[in-house]
Design a binder for this molecule. Structure first.
Ligand code: MG
Ligand code: ZN
Length: 205
């Protein structure tokens, strides 16, 4: 199950030419040892909110796609996830930034308990969340990119036919080698962080 948390897309969607998928942990916010359960634990990565604001300003659709197997494991409840989701939106708003909507996979194929302990098509590296978002948006944006810090983000993008960008924040530095060794999962580009990725994408590099 993919949970769509903000179904109200702005009426401007039909004009949107470009869209960007963002991973959450390690890309937009600091990935912690324990999963983020409270608003006080949300730490935006340096320059990340400004990067989102720059996409917003340029008229790109910004969609968060996050794996949260902590929900399957019972380490984070949906209520806690929702509080963090709202808290993140507030923190972004302080920087005049917003996500157009966000999708979360709460599953894990073998960890945790029912109903979320099961194989699914939405947990990255599966492309389900990206496909669901693209289906929801229809023909616009015409072109999508993804920015993430892990091999599984890039694999999901590749499977969905979306250009992939690796950032070296979060797990990125370690995951870079894994991507470089992979015959199947290659980053289109590698960037220091979300800010650098946004600048490159918005400049069309
Ligand atoms: Mg990540
Ligand atoms: Zn899932």
């Amino acid at each position: 199950m993919t949970r769509a948390t903000n179904p109200a897309l702005a009426g401007s969607v039909t004009r949107v030419e470009r869209g960007v998928f963002l991973d959450r942990d390690g890309t937009l916010i600091v990935e912690r040892t324990n999963p983020v359960r409270q608003v006080s634990e949300i730490e935006l990565l340096p320059g990340a909110a400004q990067a989102v604001a720059s996409f917003n300003k340029a008229g790109w659709l910004v969609v968060l796609v996050t794996n949260q197997a902590a929900i399957a494991r019972g380490a984070v409840s949906w209520d806690e996830y929702e509080l963090v989701r709202v808290g993140l939106a507030e923190k972004l708003r302080e920087h005049s930034a917003h996500l157009d909507f966000d999708l979360c996979c709460p599953h894990h194929q073998d960890q945790g308990q029912a109903p979320y302990s099961r194989p699914c098509g939405c947990r990255k590296p599966q492309p389900g969340m990206l496909q669901a978002a693209m289906e929801r948006c229809g023909p616009c944006p015409r072109r999508w990119s993804l920015i993430g810090d892990a091999w599984r983000d890039l694999a999901a993008a590749n499977a969905a036919g979306v250009e992939s960008h690796l950032v070296l924040t979060g797990k990125g530095a370690l995951e870079r080698a894994r991507c470089e060794q992979s015959r199947f999962v290659q980053a289109h580009q590698v960037h220091a962080d979300l800010g650098a990725a946004a600048r490159a994408l918005l400049q069309g590099k």
